[in-house]
Every structure is written in structure tokens, then in C-alpha cells.
Ligand binder design. Structure first.
Ligand code: PEP
Length: 251
């Protein structure tokens, strides 16, 4: 039985003041969720220490939104996997569609980052998903399968033990549009099938999250799919009450 996971991607939002309020609000609200659902947040890296100071007692995990493909050295502006680990990050977001589309992140770079996270014993949260054009051209599964398969092909199994996959249709991110529960389940089931063909045990344990305009008002419906193991939440994760409602819907 897979434990549901709800993770908040705070993107490039927040100030010292708002991050403190959000983190403290989540900490007080999360007590009722303990043991029922895993909860994580991905603040901007500059706020990781602030988040860690409040959340260090362990109910809510935290991570960074991206890491460098290189392990250390002269890479101005980058953050390494060992730095993330040093700051208590348990999860690393990899291949978010904004990284892929705005910063040209390639499948090869995504593979390297997932490998770094797995090798460090952290949880890579691999984001995959199709654009609207790809969906309309009936290419959803082709795109998603490519994005998942390259990771399965290139990374040895021991580094994929904790892998989490987030299916995020690009057309649903930050747009207010969501995949219907049926559309989400269809893609999640197809991803699970790909995992099964690779390794049945891994398929059974790997959590597949849905992301794309999840809110307190639609979470319960989206989470009904048998292969939907929680959510990756952007905008609504900046609102403590809405995020906690989503967490409750997954519990
Ligand atoms: C995201 O950025 O991963 C995301 C799902 O954003 P939103 O919930 O705002 O669509």
C-alpha cells in the first residue's frame, strides 16, 4: 500500500516574512495529518534554512526545486546535491516543466539530476507531462513515456528505489485548468504499466502524483484514481488552509 504524498512547489515566491508565516502555519496544521499522508514543501533555495529551522521536528519534509548537473566547482548560481543534503532536504524536484521549457532542461540533464538525488539517498520527484499541442496531437503517452523511459533506461535500479513521479500536464500548470480524474488516471495507469514492464516491485511502490491547478476544492475528486498517489501543488500551496485541505483530501 503506497502512502499518499502531497508536495507544495512554492516556485519563486515568498519573502522572509511570508515564508515564516506559511511554514509555521503548516507546522501547526500538519500535526493532525501525521501518519496519514506524507507532506513536503519545495521553497526557493534561499529560504531552505528558514524552513528547516521550523520544520526540523520531522512532520513535513522539504527539498529544493532544482539542483546542478555538476557535483561541485565553478558553476556560478548553482546548487549541488550535497548542499541540498547538507541543509536537510529529503526530496529534489527534477525536470519541472518550467525548467524544461524556460531553461531548456533536456532529458539527459534530467537523468543526471535524478541519478544525483538517488545516489545521495534522497527522493527524486521526476516531473513529466505533455503540452496542450502534444495532447491535441494525441501524443500524450508518447511524450510521457519518453520522459519516464529515459530515466528507467539510464539509471541503475538502486538509485530509483525512492523515485516519485509527478504527472503534470503542462496545459494545467498555473492555468486553472485541470485534467479530469479520468484523464489523470489514464496517464497514471499508463506510467504504472511502464514501470511494471521495467520492475514490478518498483511499480508497486512508486508514488505517482498529479499536478496542475490542484486546489482544496478539486483535490478529493482528482485523488480518486487508483494510480493517483497524491499531488504536486503550485499556486494553492502558498495558502496554508488550501494546502492543508488538499493534504486532508489525500489522507
Ligand atoms: C506546479 O508548478 O508544479 C504546479 C502544479 O502548479 P499549479 O498547482 O499552480 O498548477
Amino acid at each position: 500500500m503506497r502512502k499518499q504524498l502531497v508536495a507544495g512547489n512554492w516556485k519563486m515566491n515568498g519573502s522572509r516574512e511570508s515564508v515564516a508565516a506559511l511554514t509555521e502555519g503548516l507546522k501547526s496544521g500538519a500535526a493532525e495529518l501525521a501518519g496519514k499522508v506524507d507532506v513536503a514543501v519545495f521553497p526557493s533555495s534561499i529560504f531552505v534554512q528558514r524552513v528547516a529551522d521550523t520544520l526540523s521536528s520531522g512532520e513535513i519534509a522539504w527539498g529544493v526545486q532544482n539542483i546542478c548537473t555538476e557535483e561541485k566547482g565553478a558553476f556560478t548560481g548553482e546548487i549541488s546535491i550535497s548542499m541540498a543534503k547538507d541543509f536537510g532536504c529529503e526530496m529534489i524536484l527534477v525536470g519541472h516543466s518550467e525548467r524544461r521549457s524556460l531553461y531548456g532542461e533536456t532529458d539527459a540533464e534530467v537523468v543526471t539530476k535524478v541519478r544525483h538525488a538517488g545516489k545521495a539517498g534522497l527522493i527524486p520527484v521526476l516531473c513529466v507531462g505533455e503540452t496542450l499541442e502534444e495532447r491535441e496531437a494525441d501524443k500524450t503517452m508518447e511524450v510521457v513515456a519518453r520522459q519516464v523511459q529515459v530515466v528507467l533506461n539510464e539509471i541503475q535500479s538502486e538509485y530509483l528505489e525512492k523515485l516519485v513521479i509527478a504527472y503534470e500536464p503542462v496545459w494545467a500548470i498555473g492555468t486553472g485548468l485541470t485534467a479530469s480524474p479520468e484523464q489523470a488516471q489514464e496517464v497514471h495507469a499508463a506510467i504504472r504499466q511502464l514501470l511494471t514492464e521495467h520492475d514490478a516491485d518498483m511499480a508497486a511502490r512508486t508514488r505517482i502524483l498529479y499536478g496542475g491547478s490542484v486546489k482544496g476544492s478539486n483535490a478529493a475528486e482528482i485523488f480518486t484514481g487508483a494510480d493517483v498517489d497524491g499531488g504536486l501543488v503550485g499556486g494553492a500551496s502558498l495558502d496554508v488552509q488550501d494546502f492543508l485541505t488538499i493534504c486532508r483530501a489525500a489522507s
